[in-house]
Design a protein around this ligand. Sequence first.
Ligand SMILES: NC(=O)c1ccc[n+]([C@@H]2O[C@H](COP(=O)([O-])OP(=O)(O)OC[C@H]3O[C@@H](n4cnc5c(N)ncnc54)[C@H](O)[C@@H]3O)[C@@H](O)[C@H]2O)c1
Ligand SMILES: [Zn+2]
Length: 402
Amino acid sequence: MSALPQIGTTHTATHWQRFSVPYEFPVVFTEGVFDPENPALRDVLCRLEPSKRHRVVFFVDDGLVGTGASRTALLESITKYAQAYSASIELACEPIAVPGGEKIKSELHFVESLQHTLFDLHIDRHSYVIAVGGGAVLDAVGLISTTTHRGLRHIRIPTTVLAQNDSGVGVKNGVNLHGVKNFVGTFAPPFAVLNDIRFVMSLPARDKIAGMAEAVKVSLIRDAEFFGWIERHQDGLATFERTAMAQLIRRCAELHMRQIGQGGDPFEMGSARPLDYGHWSAHKLESLTRHHVRHGEAVAIGMALDARYSVLAGLLQPGEEDRICALLEFLGFNLWHPALAKTGASSEPVILEGLRDFQEHLGGALCVTLLADIGVGIEVHEIDHARMGQALQWLRARAEPG
Ligand SMILES: NC(=O)c1ccc[n+]([C@@H]2O[C@H](COP(=O)([O-])OP(=O)(O)OC[C@H]3O[C@@H](n4cnc5c(N)ncnc54)[C@H](O)[C@@H]3O)[C@@H](O)[C@H]2O)c1
Ligand SMILES: [Zn+2]
């Protein structure tokens, strides 16, 4: 028998605890996810225990529920779906409509009330919470699911372009607090994601356009071939042609998944954020305009700005920034907003404060992704404010010639 270690002595002993947890979850691309003849959702629910009847709670974005006669159509189709697969699915309660958009993330009583619902229903750690909605609903329901009982199984059914091609396939959840976006949140991969193109087709044009910014973004930093594809299909994309939209979403989601899964930092421990190309100014512009500018709209402007800066810094070939701007404008983006011209006490553009905020968010050194080429992101740790001011002037001159 080995002797027990001596304790009570003054020396320090460090024992290293080390383990890793593999994560895997399916991202399913489908159409008509609640059609009774479509088994995709049933299949993901049954992936671990095929013969069990699973308890499920649905939270549905009220932006999808509509008004009047159509009000209950989606909720009813979910109930009918559960009936069609009653051997596998037990609804813990009727599907619950929740506020869509930033409202659900900004008013904390919604978090409390949804969590109360899970408590009342005695939802356990092997039950499912399914969020159907835009990125905001997914973020809020994801937070509730991943904190209740320290983590329930949560499934995302994203319904906007942005949520299907970017946020919904990621590993982050969160709500806003103290006026700070995503101040409270978790890194917690979902159990599964199901992307249904039909939801996207019912979005207002403005939201369809906004979500495409993330596809241009990921093509610019990672995949020149995809950028060329977007250019070649810009007519179909600008008119929201179904096949083109579906392909764009799918490729964009794949590239985001690859970056998260293979980029080496899924839970963002380091300072680099390659997927945040164009985002330092976008976040600032969103808050300067109190979210009147959508996330994707702000990202489009941020990408144009950083493309011009990349040229001025000698990183990107002159002319490529024009190509990027032309594509974004063709897709329907406006690349200037008056809030960009706002100056602060130091007579510097207020938007440049976004660099400091971004650095604070990273938690260490500044790390901004710029472009060395189309399809090639490059990290830099310093931004010359005067040069960024020139890039802003350039953007303004393009929008307001003469
Ligand atoms: N977790 C992440 O990694 C991550 C990444 C990027 C963005 N986000 C978050 O995502 C949110 C933005 O998400 P979003 O762009 O999807 O917008 P959103 O969730 O704010 O939804 C916009 C509006 O569209 C409505 N809506 C949703 N689906 C619809 C549909 N199919 N038809 C008609 N209306 C519909 C909603 O009710 C809402 O009013 C922000 O809160 C942002 O912080 C999260
Ligand atoms: Zn984004």
